[in-house]
Design a protein around this ligand. Structure first.
Ligand code: SF4
Length: 420
């Protein structure tokens, strides 16, 4: 199918004065993230998800999307960013302050994708949406020749309209549409946020499992529950999911256990026990592209126990422990002021560049995580071996991983963890 021409109706630009009223983090169009650079030059969203990250930026009230700058300026800021690496740095588009598939935002999304693709860039690009995707949209998404494009469809299955005003059936339809038409891009079920009591019943899990059959991979995660979100929940009389807030996502172990059991029980003969289910976004994105995780999670083996064996082997092969000398040189190059905590911690595939605050990278784009930051399951919040040296992985690690998983499952059955 040929990509249809996308009519461009440009969103209004915010004035300098209006931009000055935004929180500085929100006005910062290119955001460094652990997993890549995020481009957000459009702010405002009418979808009103109760758990939206815009609460953190005091921007939840802004319902009409507006631009901070032109698409051309945003692309220039991205490729000129000090942490951008040609063909390597993963890019996330409009993942913070709007939904990229809203009809008024979509032309800007496609324009940015077109500009990046025409530069011949092969970087991973992640587009995360919960909104409608049409066959025409799929044709546009298939038209990019160079980018490694992944569309992640957020589906929570939360039935409470005060928390999730957008019916999850919209996301489910979009995922099916994307999967059916996928040629050059990949599509993921982004099953989140999973919140105990809201969307973790057997029915919810089964619905998500069925939906996962219409995706190249599925990533499941918990809820970001920050102070601002707790205040919003309280103000609106919404059921409080947790007693306290947390810096990272919360994913209770008992919910995870039930999810894994459900996927395992329904496995196809000969397939991996949990199919194509992943805990980390970058793992789910890398898998359908036939690549090792670009974010180095293999260094945190507890995350890998549900992964398909061929993917574990791929990540093991890409796992690199950089030399101290190399690390020191690169850290100095990044003008890192604080001393390095360790150089013998989990390392990663040769792919992504990084930030001095949490990670460092080499000029040859080897990255090494100095501080693991897994999704906060009770089991992975503090990987027992984080910060300690691990031996280099070999294929012999596979049985060990399976054994670890079995032990963990046994432990969880006897000592179910409470949400943190
Ligand atoms: S083996 Fe580990 S690092 Fe690699 S994709 Fe699987 S979970 Fe991620």
């Amino acid at each position: 199918m040929t990509a249809p021409a996308v009519p461009r109706r440009l969103l209004p630009l915010l004035t300098a004065e209006q931009i000055g009223e935004l929180k500085p983090e929100l006005a910062d169009v290119i955001e460094y993230r652990k997993s890549g650079l995020s481009v957000n030059h459009i702010v405002g969203c009418p979808l009103e998800c109760g758990y939206c990250v815009r609460h953190v930026f005091d921007n939840f009230a802004m319902k009409t999307p507006k631009r901070l700058m032109t698409d051309e300026a945003a692309v220039a800021a991205l490729v000129g960013h000090r942490y951008f690496r040609l063909h390597k740095t993963p890019i996330q588009l409009f993942n913070r302050a709007t939904d990229p598939m809203l009809p008024v935002v979509k032309p800007h999304l496609f324009a940015v994708l077109r500009m990046l693709d025409e530069k011949g860039l092969t970087n991973h690009v992640l587009v995360i949406t919960r909104w409608r995707v049409s066959a025409e949209d799929c044709a546009v998404l298939n038209s990019f020749q160079n980018l490694r494009l992944t569309v992640l469809v957020t589906h929570s299955g939360i039935d409470n309209p005060a928390i999730e005003p957008v019916n999850s059936s919209i996301a489910a339809d979009s995922l099916r549409m994307l999967f059916e038409h996928a040629e050059r891009y990949k599509t993921l079920l982004y099953w989140r946020p999973i919140v105990p009591g809201l969307n973790d019943s057997d029915e919810h899990i089964e619905r998500a499992r069925e939906l996962s059959l219409h995706a190249h991979a599925t990533v499941f995660t918990g809820l970001f529950f920050r102070d601002q979100m707790a205040a919003y929940y309280e103000e609106h009389g919404l059921p409080m999911p947790y007693d306290s807030t947390a810096r990272r996502k919360i994913m209770p172990e008992h919910a995870e256990r039930r999810i894994l059991d459900a996927f395992d029980a329904a496995r196809v003969t000969g397939a991996a026990p949990w199919g194509t289910l992943f805990r980390k976004t970058s793992c789910g994105v890398a898998y359908p592209h036939g690549e090792a995780d670009y974010n180095g999670h293999y260094g945190i083996r507890e995350l890998c126990d549900i992964c398909p064996p061929e993917q574990i082997a791929l990540c093991a092969g890409a796992w690199v422990k950089p030399e101290l000398e190399e690390v020191t040189r690169e850290a100095r190059g990044l003008a890192r002021s604080a001393p390095l905590r360790s150089t013998t911690v989990p390392s990663s595939s040769r792919d992504w560049t990084s930030h001095p605050a949490t990670t460092y990278s080499t000029g040859s784009a080897t990255s090494a995580t100095t501080e693991p930051s897994p999704t906060t399951t009770a089991s992975t919040a503090e990987p027992p071996s984080a910060g300690r040296r691990r031996t280099d992985p070999t294929p012999n690690d596979l049985p060990h991983l399976a054994r670890t998983a079995r032990c963990r499952r046994r432990r969880q059955r006897h000592h179910p963890a409470r949400p943190r």
